[in-house]
Design a protein around this ligand. Structure first.
Ligand code: FES
Length: 152
């Protein structure tokens, strides 16, 4: 690559393998926001109240509610730690400051000021794709919005 570089107030032309990078801003590469989480049938087969943790490392819990499937963000709404799903206690428990959330994401103990966020779901040719860049907040009445769930 070839680029213009200012040296001591004089503009000179620089070239070579290092120049392009030198002129680029230092940008972090963001992980993808759209995650394929597998066939719809897999989630339709869940029992109401169940939590699927297959994509926890992607920041997603797939949850089965009474009449729907939703994708829950694994980020604690207090300061961003990752809670643990405790099946026996039926809650997500945050290790950092003790916040607790019900299976559906509602906060009920500890300092978390609001429920976990839900994420956009799309049925794409029989496979569920979760878009982590689109969030639905319970406290803003967004859990009834289309795209925040799939009816079973
Ligand atoms: Fe989860 Fe503080 S970050 S309780």
């Amino acid at each position: 690559p070839v680029g213009w570089v200012s040296v001591g107030g004089t503009i000179v032309v620089a070239s070579g393998p290092g120049v392009g990078r030198f002129l680029m801003p230092n940008v972090l590469v963001e992980p993808p926001t759209k995650i394929r989480v597998g066939p719809v049938e897999k989630y339709l087969a869940m029992a109401p109240g169940e939590v699927n943790e297959d994509h926890k490392l992607d920041g997603i819990w797939m949850i089965r509610l009474e009449d729907r499937i939703a994708a829950l963000s694994t980020t604690c709404t207090h300061l961003g730690c990752i809670p643990t799903w405790l099946e026996a206690d039926r809650k997500y428990k945050c290790p950092c400051h003790g916040s607790g959330f019900k299976q559906d994401g509602i906060n009920f103990e500890g300092p978390a000021p609001r429920p976990l966020e839900r994420l956009k779901l799309t049925n794409f040719d029989g496979e569920i794709v979760v878009d982590k860049s689109v969030k639905f907040l319970q406290e803003q009445g967004q859990w009834d919005q289309p795209d925040s769930f799939l009816l079973v």
